[in-house]
Design a protein around this ligand. Sequence first.
Ligand code: ZN
Length: 168
Amino acid sequence: MKIKKGDNVLVLTGKDAKKTGEVIEIDRENNRVKVAGVNIQAHHKKPRNKDDKGGILKTEGAISASNVLVVCPACKKATRVAHAVVDGEKTRVCKKCGASLDVKAAKPAKSAKSTKTVAKEEVKEAKAAKTTSKTTKPAAKEVKAATKKTETKTEKTTKTATKSSKKA
Ligand SMILES: [Zn+2]
């Protein structure tokens, strides 16, 4: 099995097809996995004692490991898994982008930093947009007024023009 606990996987078949979730349990003997939020089973539980309330318990049911694909943390694509030896250690590798699927700590840390800077840039842009909108609003009014004046002028001139043409 190429899937490990904690992997984010894409479900390919069944009622939860196209869903993604974290692998919460692995059954290597039967080649089955449990994925958070996928294949939810309702268990009707009877109360066994005073403190046990019973009721309907919803838990994940196992699905076949061959029906899920690991989602690469680097390229975010569902991918088949290749194996490579990096620094003398066997590691799982994304077949699509070649990033290691096992050094999750390194890659997302980088992306988290970049997202932070992006967010800051967005805030800066938003602030800039606010200030520009403040400055542009009165300017736009002035422009509108100016265009109105010019329009009335042109109307007058056209009227006079038509009058003069009638006379002639
Ligand atoms: Zn990848």
